[in-house]
Design a protein around this ligand. Sequence first.
Ligand code: UTP
Length: 297
Amino acid sequence: MKRRVTKAIFPVAGLGTRFLPATKSVPKEIMTLVDRPLIQYAIDEARAAGIKEFIFVTSRGKSALEDYFDMAPHLESELRKKDKTELLDVLKSTNMDSGAIAYIRQQRALGLGHAVWCARRLVHNEPFAVILPDDVIAAEKPCLQQMVEAYEETGGSMVAAMEVPADKASSYGVIDIKEDFGSMVSVKGLVEKPKPEEAPSNLAVIGRYILSPKIMQNLNKMKTGSGGEVQLTDAIDAELQNDRDVFGFRFRGQRFDCGSKAGFLQATVAFGLAREELKEEFGGYLNELMSMRQAAQ
Ligand code: UTP
């Protein structure tokens, strides 16, 4: 039997302190790459993977996110009057079907694991995806779609995995590899933010997951882990102690860490250059900038 994944959780309740002061009033997920907020990239990726129910774990101060997915009747009627059909189409892609979207509040930022647990009653007994919108992945086939296809064969739980330089592994959840099959590994253990000398590999977990509903039971019992937060990585690791399978999936694509300033700027440049209408002017500017920098050295 094929295992279908139709629900996705988007944890967006974090404080976004690395982008203060902007995130004092603008949710990080509303910040834009070119002209689309991070959350739009995440939603498009989920839709491409066949997700039908979108569960947002939000917090105080994130109402701009809820408004973003709402209809904008005044704006739409103004655009209609002016015959701006292209812009109307752009707006349409932000609308969600009635009942397809649910919001749950995480009252205190107790960590990613806790944020996912807040959605437990909406997940019921089905496997579900988790997408962290600040990990943006440029890929020919969207990352979650690649994972859903692989998951249909494997079942269990699956995390997106990426090789990182050894000195960076301690910023991630890191995979202890049981067996390496190339595009996929079976997992022996997961360690959240290991000390550099204790990292079991340089294969890091990034923000895409397909999880068994049993993870919610693990989270029920979870205490705070690394950084005083309830770690999703620990709840996935607990699956292994219960003899259930976890896989790491080496996705094809380029991941940008848009939760960090440098990553966000890199994504802005990459996505700007990928736009037909911008590549000449923006690419020309970057070339000019590079020549000026070289001349100054
Ligand atoms: P981050 O580790 O990037 O934390 O969270 P953050 O609060 O968003 O940002 P910084 O580190 O303060 O700058 C990874 C993901 O987990 C969500 C975040 O919204 C982000 O999508 N998260 C984190 C929650 O939903 N709740 C939490 O308690 C923590």
